[in-house]
Design a protein around this ligand. Structure first.
Ligand SMILES: Cc1ncc(COP(=O)(O)O)c(C=O)c1O
Length: 426
């Protein structure tokens, strides 16, 4: 056995948590020292079925033994079954599936499709977006990690994120998001060189701070796209597959995107993503020699997992669970807000909730250090709700597996209550 110290690992995300994890099961991860910690971030916001779900364990075992990996121009029944199971969940205009591995890849493919199908190259994204770290996806990512890597892909323009809690278009409880959106597009039209291809957006911005699009916003955004001949790409990496209380977050507003990307939750923690488009978009791309070829495109093993995740989602009505348990969790967070002055805002939908800590409820100055302390203390007490990163630690992104129980939610709330009380004392 080699060293179990971190000395040989590249520090890919600032500082690591000090807790080293040995195993996981259900809603818990287990530390090296045996401590059980509630995993209320579902790993990297992905493990919607919890860890080591018995049916996923069995599926992986069977699939890897039968057919694991293929040359990407070979298809298999497993992949055909996955594509048809996924398109059966979606409206007819989203019936062409490209199975991939990661979220960034799925967005990369979506952006390439939009460029090829429209013959244009400009892409619009929210100014708090996160779409991944590969070239095209990172150019459309404005929530950090932009500096020091040279010129991003040209032609990406930012639209203000409709952030009800912090927008300059909100005052005295009233928020004119429509004026903000129209103003954003006025700026885009001025900056554009006449080649607007697509808007890419998360229906609830997660890394940006759990920011729900206001009611009616998505329809208004789609109308702006339609007027300009742009495609609407929705990135449902975190919101897809029941997480927000609907199977897909776009259903909440009844706005169907031209291209949908799914990742994280689609493989319930295993590396599976998909870019889904209409037969028209797919047809045009195919005529124009669309190429998106990776080592793991249409791999059978992750596809088998995806089909099983979809089966469990539908059979166990996980979106209903997310809606109900989400209401319970949100009520609990709102109760904490009554008692803990630093909780400035509680927001989100289903089991994708945000809690923002501020120094002062009036000035809303972000309480980064307090957030990091509370996050660390929660882990010591047995709940991972926010991995404290000093610069972005004031918004807790709370997203337990959809299989979480009420008792586990109550335990997490009790731990958060204790951590907030202790940390406020300094
Ligand atoms: C909304 C969204 N899109 C895309 C990505 C990128 O996914 P991946 O890290 O799997 O490339 C993320 C990752 O956090 C995300 O939150």
């Amino acid at each position: 056995m080699g060293s179990t110290d971190v000395e040989h690992l590249f520090r890919y995300t600032g500082e690591f948590s000090e807790t080293i994890i040995a195993s996981a099961g259900g809603a818990f991860v287990r530390a090296r020292d045996g401590r059980e910690i509630l995993d209320f971030t579902s790993g990297q916001m992905s493990a919607i079925l919890g860890h080591a779900h018995p049916e996923i364990v069995a599926t992986v075992g069977e699939a890897v033994a039968r057919l694991d990996h293929l040359h990407s121009s070979f298809l298999s029944d497993v992949v055909l079954e996955f594509a048809s199971a996924l398109s059966a969940l979606l409206p007819p205009s989203l019936s062409k599936v490209l199975p991939l591995s990661t979220g960034a890849e799925s967005n990369e493919a979506a952006i390439r499709m939009a460029k090829l199908a429209t013959g244009r190259f400009e892409v619009v994204a929210f100014d708090r977006s996160w779409h991944g770290v590969t070239g095209g996806a990172s150019a459309a990512t404005f929530n950090g990690a932009r500096r020091g890597y040279g010129a991003p892909v040209p032609g990406v323009l930012a639209l203000p994120t409709p952030h009800a809690y912090r927008s300059p278009f909100a005052s005295n409880g009233a928020y004119d998001w429509r004026a903000e959106l129209d103003f954003g597009f006025e700026l885009i039209d001025r900056q554009s060189v006449g080649s607007l291809a697509a808007v890419i957006a998360e229906p609830i911005l997660s890394s940006g701070g759990i920011i729900e699009l206001p009611e009616g916003y998505l329809a208004a955004l789609a109308e702006h796209c339609r007027r300009r001949g742009m495609l609407l790409i929705l990135d449902e990496a975190q919101t897809g597959l029941g997480r927000t209380g609907d199977r897909f977050a776009f259903e909440h507003e009844g706005v169907v995107p031209d291209i949908l990307t799914l990742s994280k939750t689609l493989g319930a923690g295993l590396p599976l993503s998909a870019t889904v488009a209409s037969p028209e978009v797919e047809g045009t791309c195919h005529e124009r020699d669309f190429l998106f070829y990776t080592t793991h495109t249409a791999d059978p093993l992750p596809a088998a997992v995806g089909t099983k995740v979809i089966e469990i989602l539908v059979r166990d009505r996980l979106e209903e669970r997310a809606r109900e348990l989400g209401r319970h969790l949100k009520r609990g967070l709102r109760d904490l807000q009554q008692r803990h002055e630093p909780i400035g805002d509680v927001r989100g939908r289903g089991l994708l909730l945000g809690m923002e800590l501020v120094e002062d409820r009036h000035t809303k100055e972000p309480a980064h250090e307090l957030g990091a302390r509370v996050g660390r203390r929660c882990i010591e007490l047995g709940a991972s709700l926010n991995i404290g990163r000093p610069r972005h630690a004031n918004v807790f992104r709370i997203a337990p597996p959809l299989t979480v129980t009420r008792d586990q939610i109550d335990l997490a709330l009790a731990i958060l209550d204790q951590a907030l009380t202790e940390c406020a004392k300094g």
